[in-house]
Write a protein that binds this ligand. Structure first.
Ligand code: BMA
Length: 312
């Protein structure tokens, strides 16, 4: 039986992507959506330019780990038409929606009002169409489930208010107007590793036991925020119901490329690819807000571990 520390293994090719190997001048690359398109893994990366503003650019690889080819132009960048993106597009997640025959991209649109949640769609990761802002500031860390539940789309997101920063979900019949917010996963208190803030990581993965969730949790320390990743399992038909939640984090900053960078001590997963044939999960994460890392795990081990965790 795996322990929280042994479930995920850092890939020997880490860090997979760094600012130095970008085809144009940038400051940092981090927090990437991940999916498989044809015979390639595509990362839609958050790229921070040397003004401090972010845009999204695709990187592609046959094996999801090596020989990345990075587009020489952004996939989505502020173009003057959406004022809510004036200061950048951040932290994308990608969900393939079979019913629509396309991917829905959820991302943080950062503008003068603060960070909010916007959607875009693509059929090929070559051309993208914006669907506009769906959650007004302050809100971020959005991820869509790949299918409707009870007739509605389900979007996880993280509104921030004086009450705090927890994971909620909202529902919609048209991906435009969202309603019926419900709290899903809260911060724990006091000494817990995820007591300051929590946010959804990649879009949850459907498994026979429930929706597999990787989320990030933050502890506030005298040295700043400490970002780690934990696991949860949500009920398949009632996704606001937490069936299991890991007490311990399963990935935390440890390698040099995670503990030093623009924001030290950050692992921030936004992409999860399931290679079902090989029982393998590929978890892509931003490392220290500067580069991209990959950790792999056996999916069956992760589920076995979670099923032994306490109810959420
Ligand atoms: C969060 C987000 C992420 C970032 C993380 C650590 O609030 O803004 O984009 O990786 O902080 O700085």
């Amino acid at each position: 039986m795996s322990t929280s520390a042994s479930l995920f293994t850092r890939h020997p090719a880490n860090p997979l992507l760094t600012p130095e190997r970008w085809p144009y001048s940038i400051n940092a690359v981090m927090n990437a959506a991940a999916t498989v398109v044809g015979d390639e893994t595509v990362l839609l990366c958050r790229v921070e330019d040397r003004r401090g503003f972010s845009h999204l650019t695709c990187a592609r690889s046959r094996d999801g780990a090596s020989n990345w080819v990075v587009d020489d132009h952004p996939a989505l960048a502020y173009d003057g038409t959406h004022p809510e993106e004036e200061w950048g597009l951040e932290d994308p997640r990608a969900t393939y929606v079979e019913e629509l025959g396309r991917w829905i991209i959820t991302y943080t649109a950062f503008g003068r009002e603060g960070p909010g949640v916007s959607l875009a769609q693509t059929e090929d990761f070559k051309s993208f169409e914006r669907l506009g802002m769906v959650m007004s500031p302050e809100d971020k860390n959005a991820a869509l489930l790949p299918r409707r539940i009870g007739g509605d789309w389900v979007l996880f997101h993280r509104p921030t208010s004086a009450q705090g920063a927890d994971v909620w979900l909202s529902r919609s019949s048209d991906l435009k107007s969202w309603h019926s917010p419900e709290r899903v996963l809260g911060r724990r208190q006091g000494g817990w590793w995820d007591a300051a803030r929590v946010g959804m990581g990649p879009p949850p993965l459907e498994t026979e036991h429930g929706w597999l969730v990787v989320y990030h949790g933050v502890r506030q320390t005298v040295a700043g925020g400490l970002y780690r990743a934990g696991l949860a399992l949500l009920d398949l038909e009632e996704p606001a119901r937490v069936l299991r939640r890991s007490d311990e984090w399963v990935l935390g900053p440890n390698a040099d490329y995670e503990v030093s960078g623009d924001v030290p001590n950050v692992v921030f997963p936004c992409g999860l690819v399931h290679d079902a044939g090989n029982d393998t999960l590929f978890l892509y994460y931003g490392a220290a807000d500067t580069r991209i890392g990959l950790a792999t795990a056996r999916c069956s081990d992760v589920l076995e571990y979670l099923l032994a965790c306490p109810p959420g």
